[in-house]
Each structure stands twice: as C-alpha cells, then as structure tokens.
Ligand binder design. Structure first.
Ligand code: HEC
Length: 312
C-alpha cells in the first residue's frame, strides 16, 4: 500500500472516509456534520496533521539512515525489502504495525524474571492501536472538559431548549410570509387598493349571483349594512366564507374553491363596502355586530345593549 499511495494521499483518504461516515451516521439537519460539530472536525484535522507529520519525519529519517549505509549494506537492504514486499501483503504489514507482535521464537528475550509458581510473564509491547486510542481519549477528554466545564458550552438539555425556541420563531416567521397558511385567528383586514380590487374581481365572479354586484343582497343577505347573521368583522367573515353559512340556507363553504389569501381579499372587499347604501337593498337581517376585541368606547358600550352575543 505504501508503495502505491504516498502518505499525503493515504492519510487524507482515510479522513475522507471518516467524514463520509460521519455525514452518513450523524443527523446534523441541513448543515454538513463537520460544520455542525466544529470541535470534532478540529480534532480530526489536528490528528490528521500529526499523522502526516509523523509519517514524513519517519520517512526522512529512513532516507538519512539509508544514505549512511555502506554499498554492501544498501544492496542487502534492497534485497530484503524486495523479498519482504513480495512475501507480505499490505494487510500483514498493517496488522504488524498496529500490534507490534513479536514472533514466538523471540519469546525467550521477552521473558521477565517474575516467576509465580511457574507462571511467567512476557514483556510485550503495548499494541500501538491501543496506545493511539488511549492518546485520542486523553485529547478528547481535555477538549471535552475545557469546552463544557471551563468555557460552559451548552449541554444537551440547553441545546434542546434553544432549538425549540428557535423552531417557534421559525414557525412564526414562516406563517408571516406564507399567505396561504392563514386561518381565521391570524387573518387581518386588508385596505390597500390592489388587494381590494382583486377582492372585487373575486366577488363579481363568485358571489354577485346571490349577493348582487353591489352586495345589496338578493338570495344572500345584504353585505353592506352593519347587521350580520353570522357575525361581522374580518375574522367572522373569513370563517363564514371559508366554512359556509347555516345548513340549507344556500351559502356554501368556499374553502375548496378559494385560497385563504383570496378569501381574505374578498372579505376585506366586502368590509370596504360597509355603509355604501346600494339602491333597493335587501332588508336587513341579523344583529348589529360589535367588535369585542376593539377597545370599548361609550358609544360602543351603548349599542352593545341591543346586540345579542356575536354569532360563531
Ligand atoms: C348560492 C348563493 C350564494 C353565493 C354564490 C354566495 N353566497 Fe354568501 N350567502 C348566501 C346566503 C343564502 C347567505 C346567508 C347564510 C345564512 O343565513 O346562514 C350568505 C351569507 C354570506 C355571508 C354572511 C352574511 C351575514 O349576514 O352574516 C357572507 C360574508 C357571504 N355570504 C359572503 C359571500 C362571498 C364572499 C361569496 C363569494 C365567494 C358568497 N357569499 C357567495 C348565498 C350565497
């Protein structure tokens, strides 16, 4: 392997695989995992740097040592290398590198002088894979303590709370800009010219047949007076137009035909006709509607007396 890929290809390749695995297994929302968890990336990059540095230093040292050898020794070494390369696969090399196991013939050299009733002890090397893992744990531990206990980064509970709070803000923001997600609680009266003109078009096309082009009323009630069967004000109108009138009266629910935004416009248009007194209006039906949510003035308080409760 070493022969085919130089260190500056091999090591980053391993890291690329690690990042790909991270990306695959960690749920990091819309951001890539290594952007979302910068500490992990930082750690990986430091580790990458150290690995490359070690490899480069080692190969430099090897080269210098090689130069110092006599010509015979050089030839000998080259022979050895070509032989060992033929014999052993890269996997074997790797395993040896990671475990540093000594061949069984060398056991005698490793024997320590401890002897417990015939049980003897070998002085094997700590396997490098274990040692590196241990170092990684130490570095991780230091970063962890500094990050959470010294610098006071958010723990999981705090992270959750923050994400929930942010989600609430996002939803509110989305509702503001998503016109078709309006309901009778969030609908507001429109007063700008273009919206009212659109409302008029919608009214003429869909509603005039029953309410008359001037909204004076025919099959449907007069929509220009201050009396309402189903409650006045933008919110009640939105509700009535969306869900229809009382059963059997002829006013259908328009939610299948009109979008919320369109219902808002036509309702606003109707309210702009208040007090327009069209000719021969249909006689008034319903009650005078008083907006409960508006601040009460003396005049409003007086009219409340002859008003029954707001319908629907
Ligand atoms: C088929 C005839 C018909 C059509 C078309 C029609 N309406 Fe109506 N509308 C009625 C009737 C009838 C009522 C009375 C319902 C009741 O008494 O419950 C009514 C009631 C209403 C009310 C409530 C009035 C009140 O006094 O509370 C509003 C607002 C309204 N219509 C708006 C519209 C709009 C906007 C459209 C067009 C998108 C429309 N209507 C289309 C027949 C119609």
């Amino acid at each position: 392997m070493k022969k085919f890929f130089p260190v500056y290809v091999r090591v980053p390749l391993i890291f690329f695989i690690v990042f790909a695995l991270m990306e695959y297994f960690i749920d990091s929302g819309d951001k890539p995992a290594f952007v979302k968890y910068p500490m992990v990336s930082l750690f990986l990059f430091v580790f990458l740097f150290i690995l490359i540095a070690i490899e480069i230093t080692l190969s430099a040292v090897n080269r210098v040592m090689y130069q110092l050898l006599s010509p015979e020794e050089k030839a000998q070494k080259e022979l050895e290398e070509s032989l060992s390369f033929k014999e052993s696969t890269w996997f074997k090399n790797l395993m040896h590198k990671l475990t540093k196991t000594e061949p069984i013939e060398k056991e005698g050299e490793l024997l320590m002088d401890h002897d417990y009733d015939g049980i003897k002890e070998l002085d094997n090397n700590l396997p490098p894979w274990w040692v590196y893992l241990f170092y990684i744990c130490i570095i991780f531990g230091v970063i962890y303590v500094v990050r959470y206990d010294v610098l006071g980064a958010d723990d999981q509970e705090m992270e959750l709370k923050k994400e929930l709070a942010q989600a609430k803000i996002d939803v509110a923001e989305y509702m503001k800009t998503a016109p078709d997600l309006m309901d009778e609680k969030t609908v507001v009266l429109l007063t700008d010219g273009p919206s009212l003109a659109e409302g008029k078009t919608i009214f003429t096309t869909n509603c005039a047949a029953c309410h008359r082009a001037d909204a004076g009323g025919q099959i449907g009630p007069n929509l220009t007076d201050d009396r309402w069967i189903l409650g006045g004000g933008i919110k009640n109108l939105f509700h009535t137009i969306t869900n229809g009138g009382r059963d059997g009266k002829g006013m259908i629910a328009w939610k299948g035909t009109l979008k919320p935004k369109e219902i808002q416009k036509v309702a606003s248009y109707i309210l702009s006709l208040q007090g327009s007194n069209p000719k021969d209006p249909k006689e008034a039906e319903g009650e005078v509607w008083v907006d409960d949510s508006a601040p009460k003035t003396d005049a409003a308080a007086a009219t409340t007396k002859d008003t029954t409760e707001v319908k629907k």
